[in-house]
Design a protein around this ligand. Structure first.
Ligand code: ZN
Length: 717
């Protein structure tokens, strides 16, 4: 069968084949690029099978659109050849026409949707150059030969993706808190682009005359399918789910043995969105059941408003200014690690012979910040971000919008393991560790991220509470967030959608906590395990022009859940007096019989004579900030029922958080005595903060990109 376009049917058919091959090559190149950048560079970035199913969906989208565009290009070539405008009977003409649809799509997409974003101008220039080259190729045999393989869709994809990546890296290099290897990465990538272009021209001149279009198309399709297939296989080759491993569960711990400890953090979950605390939507039936055997602390305060700082306080029993893990410009705009000489809960329990394991969804748990210290095994598995911000100028976002007409593509935005995957990883790791550790008790840590922006619980949890809309995605919500942060009216769709998905995410986490509890019971471990369920901070949905978390000292971010199932259910009930998350570590140490180090500022939750004042701190971080953030740094003290906030810029506020939990009625003008007392308390407390050595926090480009994808790094936004 000969590639030709002398007849209209032939032209359309071959155009469709070449278009499908070209566009799927481009799709595969995008996936390969994302995999190289995110997947293979870090050992903790393990592919998850689910993401490759989405990749398959994307590939099918490209295949169909490519076939349609290619068919149209074939028909155009047929018409033009009849008019004598293009060369007759040259397969290269059909190839060039099919590739032209691809380059043209990148030009259109970039010009229409990506202008103003990093890398848009260089990508646009490169794509326009390609359009011109392909137009020349349509009319000139001589130039077509000279270009060699330069206009092959694989090469087009490599050049356009590479140009965008270079621009993105150069943009990052202009920011703060970066390692020295970004410059090197830019030069390496520039070198690779030059080699690619030179090799495409040189090799192409030799190879292309002997490579008819049909083989070119077949080979390209096969290579794309092979690449996707091999990655799918890598994902599928992951260990089976924990239900299989559960058969080999460890023997029950002997009576009287030291208790196991499990700390579960529901990242970003506000206390007032849990039915455990009276929320009208039943988001936490499993926590309510667990509460039967537990003490529920109804007034728990987080020590800080972001993941890094709050987890560090949870793990060290110290306030942020003492453990040091907070944002500090200019050297550590995205956070400093925990001070090296500060002991963490995992280190202290490890020293007592505990076997220690952690599984986290949140990137801030990684070793660069010191939060994995003391864990014998710590897992942060992540999917390859197919649609992350770094690829915003390319075609995937438009393809996703197209696919969204037929299927739900919300999961495309997920950049972390979901709670079900976290449970699989945790139970598998736990079984392995228990077998290796014999009778040693364990300290386990779990961090779930399903309530975190962009709020994408899996089906059916996304429909559990009404409000989901298929027209909204991470992109549109981010655009809304900038409107909100500027002080303008909250877009009508923002809160109903976000809160429905946030609540669905919480309900999903709750179900997975139920699974962990059942898993412990199944292994005979439940009774003698101390289970702490809490959250690191809450979330804002437009209050005071704030979105997400960070840069805010108010209760929507600081009032968190705290439930403790003590070993053998030794204590139950509800505790109304305020407590701090810095109290968790000393309580755990007390329950395990270990000494509480003098560095810890928290007290045991079982100690009735606790401090009357509980402090929290917020530091200016590189996250989206509202017009009202007033410098975004503050210290707050709770002396029930009052809460006093001292902003570092000078403003002072007083609230009665018992009668006014949302802090709407500011009282500092009318309650001079409380303002004076609490103001002095914050000042005196501030004077005891130790002077710390200046820490430098360097991030690799890869880490930087991941933080950026999560919205933790502002970048060009
Ligand atoms: Zn967090």
């Amino acid at each position: 069968m000969r590639v030709a376009y002398g007849k209209v049917g032939q032209a359309g058919l071959w155009g469709a084949v070449l278009g499908a091959a070209g566009w799927s090559a481009y799709a595969a190149a995008e996936v390969v690029f994302a995999s190289l950048l995110f997947g293979f560079t870090r050992p903790y970035a393990v592919f998850r099978p689910w993401h490759w199913q989405l990749t398959g969906v994307l590939l099918m989208g490209y295949l169909v659109v490519g076939a349609a565009a290619g068919a149209l290009s074939g028909l155009a070539v047929f018409g033009l050849s009849r008019m004598g405008q293009v060369r007759k009977d040259s397969p290269a003409v059909l190839e060039a026409a099919a590739a032209l649809t691809l380059a043209g799509a990148v030009v259109w997409n970039t010009a229409a949707n990506a202008m103003g974003l990093t890398g848009a101008i260089p990508v646009l220039i490169a794509a326009v150059v390609y359009v011109l080259l392909l137009l020349v190729e349509l009319r000139s045999d001589v130039w077509s030969e000279r270009f060699g393989m330069l206009t092959n869709p694989w090469v087009i994809a490599g050049v356009l993706l590479g140009v965008e990546q270079v621009a993105d890296l150069m943009d990052m290099a202009s920011g703060q808190q970066l390692g020295g290897n970004i410059g090197l990465a830019v030069h390496l990538l520039e070198g690779a682009l030059i080699v690619l272009i030179a090799a495409a021209v040189w090799l192409g001149r030799k190879l292309r005359p002997g490579m008819p279009a049909v083989r070119w198309a077949g080979g390209t399709l096969a290579l794309g399918v092979l690449l996707i297939g091999s990655m799918e296989a890598m994902g599928m080759a992951r260990p089976a789910a924990a239900t299989v491993v559960a058969q080999s569960a460890a023997a029950p711990a002997p009576a009287g043995a030291r208790p196991n400890v499990l700390v579960i953090v529901m990242d970003t979950v506000r206390a007032d969105h849990l039915s455990l605390y009276g929320y009208e939507r039943d988001t936490s039936p499993n926590l309510k059941a667990l509460a039967q055997d537990s003490v529920v602390y109804t007034r728990a305060q987080s020590a800080a408003d972001i993941t890094l700082t709050s987890h560090a306080s949870l793990f060290t029993g110290m306030y942020p200014s003492w453990h040091g893990a907070y944002c500090k410009e200019p050297d550590a705009a995205y956070g400093r690690p925990v001070q090296k000489d500060v002991p963490t809960l995992a280190e202290l329990l490890r020293a007592q012979g505990y076997t220690t394991l952690g599984v986290a969804a949140n990137l801030y748990m990684r070793s660069a910040f010191g939060l994995d210290r003391g864990f014998q095994e710590f897992r942060i598995e992540r999917p390859v971000p197919l649609l992350s911000d770094e690829n915003r100028c390319q075609l995937r976002r438009q393809m996703r919008r197209l696919l969204n007409l037929a299927i739900d593509t919300a999961q495309f935005d997920r950049l972390n393991s979901n709670a079900e995957e976290i449970d699989d990883q945790f139970l598998t790791t736990l079984d392995g560790r228990l077998q290796a550790a014999g009778q040693a008790p364990f300290f386990g840590f779990i961090n779930y991220m399903d309530a975190h922006f962009p709020y994408i619980p899996p089906s059916p949890w996304d429909r559990k509470f009404p409000g989901k809309s298929s027209t909204l995605s991470k992109d549109t919500l981010e655009a809304d967030q900038y409107v909100i942060a500027k002080g303008e009216t909250i877009p009508a769709e923002y809160q109903p959608y976000c809160i429905s998905q946030y609540d669905g995410g919480i309900a999903f986490i709750d179900a997975q906590i139920g699974r962990i509890v059942a898993g412990l019971k199944q292994r005979g471990l439940y009774d003698n395990t101390m289970i702490v369920v809490t959250s690191d901070h809450g979330e804002a949905f437009g209050e005071r022009h704030n979105v997400e978390h960070g840069n805010s000292p108010y209760q929507n971010l600081l009032h968190v859940a705290l439930l403790v199932k003590y070993p053998k259910g030794a204590h139950t009930g509800r505790v109304e007096s305020p407590v701090s998350l810095i109290d968790v570590a000393p309580t755990v140490l007390q329950q395990t019989g270990a000494a509480v180090p003098g560095t810890m500022q928290g007290r045991s939750l079982l100690d009735a004579s606790g401090p009357a004042q509980i402090f929290s701190e917020t530091f200016h971080c590189q996250v989206i900030q509202s017009v009202a953030c007033d410098g975004c740094g503050a210290r707050a003290v709770v002396a029930w029922p009052y809460k006093y906030i001292a902003f570092l810029q000078g403003r002072r506020q007083l609230f009665n958080i018992e009668s006014d939990p949302n802090e709407n009625r500011e009282l500092s003008g009318t309650m001079a005595a409380e303002v004076s007392d609490l103001g002095q308390a914050v000042t005196a407390w501030g004077k005891t903060i130790p002077k710390q050595s200046v820490q430098q926090m360097k991030l690799s480009p890869d880490e930087m990109k991941r933080l950026k994808s999560l919205g933790y790094v502002g970048g060009g936004k």
